[in-house]
Design a binder for this molecule. Sequence first.
Ligand code: ADQ
Length: 469
Amino acid sequence: MSRLIVVSNRVPVPDKRGTAPAGGLAVALKTALEARGGLWLGWSGRSCGEDEIGPLTSVKEGNIEYALTDLTQQDVEEYYQGFANRVLWPICHYRLDLAEYGRREMAGYFRVNRFFASRLLPMLREDDLIWVHDYHLIPLAAELRRQGVRNRIGFFLHIPWPAPDVFLTMPVHEELLKGLTEYDVIGFQTVHDRENFADCLARQGLGKRLGTTRFMVGEQAFTAKPYPIGIETDEFAGIARRASETTLHRRMLQSLDGKALIIGVDRLDYSKGITQRIDAFETFLTRHPDSQRHVTLLQITPKSRSEVPEYEAMQRTVAEQAGRVNGALGTVDWVPIRYVNRSLRRPALAGLYRMAKLAMVTPLRDGMNLVAKEYVAAQNEEDPGVLLLSRFAGAAQELKEAVLVNPYDVEGTAEAIARGLAMPLEERRQRWQGMMATLRENDVFAWCRAFLDDLSGTARTTAPSAAPP
Ligand code: ADQ
């Protein structure tokens, strides 16, 4: 079997306490790579002066060998904080208003991709399979091809691919689109994302479509297909079952004192719809005064990307908003919103999901959203909770039995909370069983297999008659 090389911006090397960072990419990929073994290359998270960049740091853990590179301070500002997080992230989440274009950042993005290619090249063997992850590294294959690399290279995009009218607003759209066509397999979260990508190619007159999943640009044929990412369903369900025996679980139950728990878990990010969610919860409480003192929203939100100004501003906005609602509606013995800026270990998180009668997963736009899937997997099958899920999350294309909401419609979401809390047991069970069957069938291992089977099965070819994988 060919060796697998994964390349992603950050690499979740566990720290001394064994804690891996929060983030869907990390959680999903690590599980997948552990099962197969291989090499994982990425940024160490450290920045330094240009003359201080040394050799790769190598860390071995079980089946995985991590190879970490430092970046310069300028690289981090231009490539990571700049183009990746102030252009690509907002554009792919339909926030044209937040995109900040700068020539320096764009040049930095391509320069760092060239640098990643130069770090990978000396380690590369002829039959290695290379799997590149996410929007930070779109041009990596083009850089590797320029250096003569003929290996099979796959790319998976964890975030949405936007419609052409949005994507084409980016000054370097052509270079990014063409860069993607240098991969052998391009994976998206949903059919919708793949079709947006196909529409972008068509709009730019780039190549032709050979079939549902096969495309041809210039002499090169490639596959573009949805591979909806999953979670380690059965393992997570097991963790959640066992979590009820922990002290945290008992303390939490005690502090709820019979109140119904609603849970929200998201990185602090404007795409996650946290302010709209708090508005909806407040509206629910004011429209249903009987529920006051009987329901608590626990919003667990670790800070992320604090060095990007929009994120820093959001930290203040959400904290103020939660404080305002608590001040206006709370009583001496009831706090409507518990707002926590912490990362939790998985057993603690799983236990809280299981305790919650309802989860609000209401992003304004999301590639997939693993929290929705984790919440379902963590439920007690005898008495499962209700998932309120944004129709704009990739997960909504799979979890049809969730209560789908439009997060922009605050009143509609408030009514959905009321409906969810009052939902009869039989309906909750039926919905949960449907979702759980989907999660079991398409867990993270199936996701990984499907992508790697297609990538290994692709021959790098220039013939339009190439058989689709
Ligand atoms: P994210 O935007 O990070 O991922 P998501 O899919 O919800 O979003 O994954 C978040 C992960 O972090 C979950 O596994 C969750 O359990 C964990 N997490 C969040 N808050 C936590 C906390 N307080 N403590 C501990 N863990 C926490 C990107 C895309 C998504 C896509 C994933 C995977 O934006 O759309 O689903 O990649 O492809």
